[in-house]
Design a protein around this ligand. Structure first.
Ligand code: BES
Ligand code: MN
Ligand code: ZN
Length: 501
């Protein structure tokens, strides 16, 4: 689908469909009002007769609005009762409009939603959200459907209308950023949705090489088992023992900033299937553990988006990738392993594998002399207990970094929520036999997991996003969400001085 930006008024711009907002009881947006005039009062008449719904996110299509109207359809989106929309309400409304326009026969549409008032958000933000909503409504994952593929959508072009020429540049820049984020989210979703047998550690390494082919600005290096042995990554390798698939440590580098600028390092958990190992998981919904590489998928998505936007930053993405399966050679509860940092770990539960692969990756990234390190991981079921599916858990050792991520999440409508990293929690990791155990023993599972990682991140500023609750949906809508690509991208854009407001 193509996205363009045009300046002009709704009574002059021609197209197959115009998308406008109307609030209760009968408040027409400026574009709706102009279209009402050129269509002989059709919109207001239908509002009066109760044939146009004004509830938030309800949509109504008016066909053949009249000869003097420049469009053949008007899609009216309800804005609810309030004078100002909240950011969330705008996202809901944009999503509903995107869905509804695809159900019309229109091959192109003019979007007049950026003129709506949204609390604290400007044109750039609204434009980005419209692009994201449109792209989300188009996303399909049918790589493995031999028939029943969704029909090709008719809608080919969306034109975002702005009223003044002076707004054109800001809107165009916001469209470009929205598209890059959407591409990143699509990639993250697709990698997440692929089944474990078609998304192995080797497949992820291949994906990194593919990404490099499209974006020459990326450097890719893949460390194999031998290389990891040399580095002493005993924790990571202890997880891979139970699998026939060789583990990979994937390193992607993007250098768009000054040579001397310290990089942002993203580390993503890449467990391509988590059966729990010898501490085997119960069978119910175990298929969803193919999503246990969604942290890695987020890293891929962000590398792609940043390379596409050529952001003036240095960014390194690191993905430790392995399966976690039970095997005669698998690690057993009670086994003690030595991490790359030299610290020893008693593996009391082989299902707490994410932290074992991350700790070695977090030690490895010191070599990049990072400005900040952010790890992303579907790390704990406890995070879903604490925060459900609304927010990612966020913990870190540098409050300004945590604050910047909270702010980015709020801005991008891709929230995170901070949990404390007090030393009382860390004490739960004490082991009678090694430097630490890989699990706690007294609740707060998300925090003890982060505390474990905190023992490997003392030398730099670090934040951890536990994305277990946000990375995918279960049930009828089962599938990867692409979160938290919007949060991380907002953080990186803000760092680059390019956040849309
Ligand atoms: N990948 C899981 C976490 C998870 C579970 C995410 C369910 C989303 C849904 C992780 O590797 C894991 O198994 N964690 C254990 C830790 C426990 C053994 C301390 C968990 O959360 O149960
Ligand atoms: Mn596990
Ligand atoms: Zn896991």
């Amino acid at each position: 689908m193509d996205f363009t930006v045009k300046s002009g008024e709704a009574d002059t711009l021609r197209g197959a469909c115009a998308i406008v907002g109307v609030a209760a009881p009968r408040r027409l947006s400026p574009a709706a009002s102009r279209l009402d005039k050129v269509s002989g009062g059709r919109i207001s008449a239908l509002l009066k007769s109760g044939d146009i719904a004004t509830e938030l996110g309800k949509t109504t299509v008016l066909h053949c609005p009249g000869e003097s109207a420049p469009v053949s359809r008007i899609l009216v989106v309800g804005c609810g009762k309030n004078k100002h929309l909240s950011a969330r309400q705008f996202v809901t409304l944009a999503g509903a409009a995107a869905q509804a326009v695809q159900n019309t026969g229109a091959a192109d549409a003019l979007v007049y939603l950026a003129e709506l008032d949204v609390d604290g958000r400007g044109l750039g933000w609204k434009t980005r959200q419209i692009v994201l909503a449109a792209r989300a409504s188009r996303y399909r994952f049918d790589e493995f459907k031999s028939h029943d593929k969704a029909p090709k959508p008719r809608l080919k072009r969306l034109t975002l209308a702005v009223t003044g020429r002076s707004q054109l540049n800001a809107a165009k820049a916001a469209v470009a950023r929205g598209l890059a984020i959407a591409n990143g989210m699509d990639l993250a979703r697709t990698l997440g949705n692929r089944p474990g047998n078609r998304c192995t550690p080797g497949d992820l390494a291949e994906q990194a090489r593919t990404l490099k082919k499209t974006h020459g600005s990326l450097k890719v290096e893949v460390l194999d088992q031998k290389a990891m042995e040399k580095l002493g990554m005993g924790a990571l390798l202890s997880v891979a023992r139970g699998s026939r698939q060789p583990p990979k440590l994937i390193v992607m580098e993007y250098r768009g900033g000054k040579k001397t600028a310290k990089p942002v390092v993203l580390v993503g958990k890449g467990v391509t299937f988590d059966a729990g190992g010898i501490s085997l998981k119960p069978g119910k919904a175990m298929d969803e553990m193919k999503f246990d590489m969604c942290g890695a998928a987020t890293v891929f998505g962000c590398m792609e988006a940043v390379a596409e936007l050529k952001l003036p930053i240095n960014l390194v993405g690191v993905v430790p990738a392995t399966e976690n399966l039970p095997d005669g050679d698998a690690s057993k509860p009670g086994d003690i392993v030595t991490s790359m940092s030299g610290q020893t770990i008693e593996v009391l539960n082989t299902d707490a594998e994410g932290r074992l692969i991350l700790c070695d990756a977090l030690t490895y990234v010191k070599k990049f002399n990072p400005d900040v390190v952010i790890d992303l991981a579907t790390l704990t079921g406890a995070c879903i207990v604490a925060l459900g599916h609304e927010a990612a858990g966020l913990l870190g050792n540098h409050q300004p970094l945590v604050d910047a991520l909270l702010e980015a999440g709020e801005s991008a409508c891709d929230r995170a929520w901070q949990l404390p990293l007090w030393e009382e929690y860390d004490e739960q990791l004490a082991s009678n036999f090694a430097d630490m155990a890989n699990i706690g023993n007294g609740g707060a599972g998300t925090i003890t997991a982060a505390s474990f990682l905190g023992r490997f991140t003392r030398d730099y500023r670090w934040a951890h996003l536990d994305i277990a609750g946000v990375a995918w949906k279960s049930g009828a809508e089962k599938g990867a969400t692409g979160r938290p690509v919007p949060l991380v991208m907002q953080y990186l854009l803000a760092r680059s001085g390019k956040s849309d407001s």
